[in-house]
Every structure is written in C-alpha cells, then in structure tokens.
Design a binder for this molecule. Structure first.
Ligand SMILES: C[S@@+](CC[C@H](N)C(=O)[O-])C[C@H]1O[C@@H](n2cnc3c(N)ncnc32)[C@H](O)[C@@H]1O
Length: 386
C-alpha cells in the first residue's frame, strides 16, 4: 500500500498509525501489508484495517517475515520487560505501548485473557495463539472480544474460549492481598490491572487504625489494601454485583473491617461533606467521565465535584488518592482541576505524588494514546500546623 508523505512522516516520528486520508493506493483487504512512501520506497509492514479510520498500524520496520516465530519473540520480549512484578495478574502486552498495535494480552495466574482489536490483527490469529502458547504456556486462553471497537472493525464481538478452560473466577495475588478476577464477565479483561501499584501505595499510606473510604470500589481492590491498616473501610459502588465481589474478596483475605455499601458516590460524598463524618484516607477511582474530547468540560466538572467533596471530608492530615482513566483528560488538565477544587475546599492540600498507570501498561512518549490513567496523592495539611 502507498501512503502520503505525511503518513510516512508519522511512522518516522514514532507513531504507528496511518489514517485513511493518508493512504493513496493499495488493496482494501484486511491483513499484513507492505507499505511504501510516495516515492515507492519500502517503509515497513503494517496491519491493514479497511473499515477503520486508522487504516494502517505499523508492525515491523524491516521486511522480516512476520510469523509465529516473530510473534513469539515480541511476546517474550514484552514478558521480559515485566520481570519482577509482585503479583500474579498483570498485562503481558499493552498494544501500541509494546509496539504491537491492537493486541492486549493479560495474564491471570495460569490463564490468559487476550483481545485482538483490529481486523488486520485478526488475520494473524493462528500465529498469535501459537506464540502465546509457546511463551506463556497458559492453562486456558479466553478472547474477551465483547468490545465496541471490534464491532467498528466489522469483527464478531463475543467472548470466545480458544484454548483449554478458563474459570469464572480466578484467585490472584497482588502484593499482600488476594482477590478474585472475573475473566468472563468483569470489566476490561476481568480486573483493573492498571491501578496495581497505586493500590499497593494507597495501602501503605492508609493511616493505621484510621477510617478509610473507597468510592467507586468495583471489586474492592483498593479497599483490600486499605483494610490491612485502617480500622474501618467503607467501600461504595453503584453496582450490586460489584459489591457482592467486595464481600467475597474481603472474606478471601479474612478481613472483617470492610463495609460494602451500595451508593451513588456523588450523593454520598455530598452527604459526608455536609455532615461531620471524616476519613483519614479516601480513594476516588471513577469510571471515565470523558468519552470524547467534546465531553471534557462536563467531565472536568464531575471530577471537580467529587474531588472538592472528598477534600472537605478529609480528617486533618488525611490522604486523598484520586485518579482519572479518561484518555481525553490529560494530566495537566487533571492537576489544574485539582488545584481549582483545592482552592474552593478551604483546605490546604499538598501534592505528595503524581500517579500514572502501572509499568505493565507502558505509555510511549511518541504515542499519547497509550497513556490514559493519571492520578495524584494529596495530603490535607492542618491549619494548626502552619
Ligand atoms: C474504574 S472502576 C473502579 C476500579 C477499582 N477502583 C479497582 O481498582 O478495581 C469504576 C467503578 O465505579 C462504579 N460507579 C460508576 N458510577 C458510580 C457512581 N455514580 N457511584 C458509585 N459507583 C459508581 C462502577 O460500578 C465501577 O465499579
């Protein structure tokens, strides 16, 4: 396929996507294609997706054959970069972040949950599954293909078991806690692996013997880490099913100090802020409020509201761990929103740490789309300590 000078320039500058408008010639089929610049020079091999605005995704800059052995090398290299992770659930391949566009491979103990997110990648399925087996030797492989992006690529979008058996729930360890991942039905591929080090950090920062609040708790993964130190953890979520998992995960860790409560976090925070209840540690990990660039102003208002309320609910010296997984809300905007909320909160808040996604979700500097999770750790400094 042939691309414009602008398309070729994107690859030269480290971004793997070439849009439809920069493709000038070539067949409209899905699969691996050779790509040339406007002067006919070979510039790489790409995954081609005829139905997608992202028409080409760079896979290999040389003319080396892309086969099972090639995939084996790439997946092994990605696994090698993740050596030393203190958990048995982690992301083994983070798509573009690992130079393997549209491929997600998550590891849950002995099992693999993967996603092939482009029509081009789908054509390489047999080699890919072979390579996953060669490198990771999983007991089972589930494809969580029930995602809208597959529909947009014109691909079937149902979960598919392709190797062995994958249980409904898998018990995994994360630092000092254990939790049950839900590979078939859970969000993402069964758990939010991207927050792993932030959860461990939140546990370390929780005041021993204090009161903690985990808003937007999902399966309680933050709450479990908090509960190892805090006297009491209130875990809030709007989903009954998620709260059942909080209870199961608490029991798995013999923790009796987690209270799982069904609630709208916005309303609950408003109530706490008006009343006298205060918390030593608060975690805010909401779903993505901004689904598009156009919804960023509304999203920022939502983030501002929950952060402002949470700041007001902090006990003196209290810690707020706050995050946003909206790709469209970038880190500078997020920090500005926090500064605005702090200014209105009447509290003096110190920025102790800026957070990102875990290292098994690598964010490439030249590919902003690989990074979406950002966060901060704030501490309320008391007026009396001025
Ligand atoms: C990003 S997930 C949280 C992930 C979790 N902190 C973890 O580390 O596994 C967001 C959660 O917020 C919940 N949620 C969405 N809107 C909510 C609301 N208004 N109030 C409370 N929970 C809400 C969803 O049910 C979902 O479980």
């Amino acid at each position: 396929m042939r691309v414009t000078a602008r398309g070729a320039e994107r690859w030269a500058r480290g971004h793997p996507w070439i849009y439809r408008s920069d493709v000038t010639g070539g067949a409209g089929v899905a699969g691996l294609v050779r790509v040339e610049d406007p002067r006919g020079r070979f510039i790489g091999q790409a995954l081609s997706s005829p139905a997608s605005e992202i028409r080409l995704r760079l896979l290999e800059r040389t003319d080396r054959r892309v086969d099972r052995g090639w995939w084996r090398e790439q997946i092994a290299a990605a696994a090698d970069r993740r050596r030393g992770i203190d958990a048995d659930a982690w992301r083994g391949v983070h798509g573009e972040g690992d130079g393997l566009p549209s491929l997600i491979i998550d590891r849950y103990d002995r099992w693999v949950v993967a996603q092939f997110l482009s029509a081009g990648l789908e054509t390489m399925r047999d080699d890919l599954l072979g390579a996953i087996d060669d490198v990771l030797s999983p007991a089972g492989v589930l494809l969580r293909h029930d995602v809208p992006v597959r529909r947009r690529e014109g691909l079937p979008s149902e979960p598919e078991l392709v190797v062995g058996e994958v249980p409904d729930q898998i018990e995994v360890r994360e630092g000092a806690v254990r939790y049950l991942a839900a590979p078939w039905t859970g969000q993402k591929t069964g758990a939010f692996l991207d927050q792993r080090p932030n959860r461990v950090l939140a546990g370390q920062l929780a005041r021993p013997g204090g009161r903690a609040l985990d808003c937007f708790a999902y399966h309680g993964s933050f709450a479990l880490h908090l509960a190892r130190h805090a006297a009491h953890v209130l875990a809030l979520d709007a989903s009954t099913a998620a709260l059942e998992r909080v209870a199961a995960n608490a029991a798995l860790n013999n923790l009796t100090n987690i209270e799982a409560r069904e609630a709208d976090a916005f309303e609950a925070l408003r109530g706490f802020a008006r009343g006298s209840e205060r918390f030593d540690t608060i975690v805010l990990d909401p779903p993505a409020f901004a689904k598009s660039r156009a919804s960023v102003p509304d999203a920022l208002r939502g983030y501002r509201e929950i952060n402002l309320r949470a700041m007001r609910c902090l006990a003196p010296g209290g810690i707020l761990v706050t995050a946003s997984c909206s790709f469209h809300v970038r880190l500078p905007e997020f920090l500005r929103m926090l500064a605005d909320a702090a200014a209105d909160s009447g509290r003096r808040l110190a920025l102790l740490r800026v957070l990102g996604q875990s290292e098994d979700h690598p964010e490439l500097l030249t590919v902003p789309e690989t990074g979406y999770l950002k966060g901060a750790v704030l501490q309320a400094y008391d007026v009396s300590s001025r």
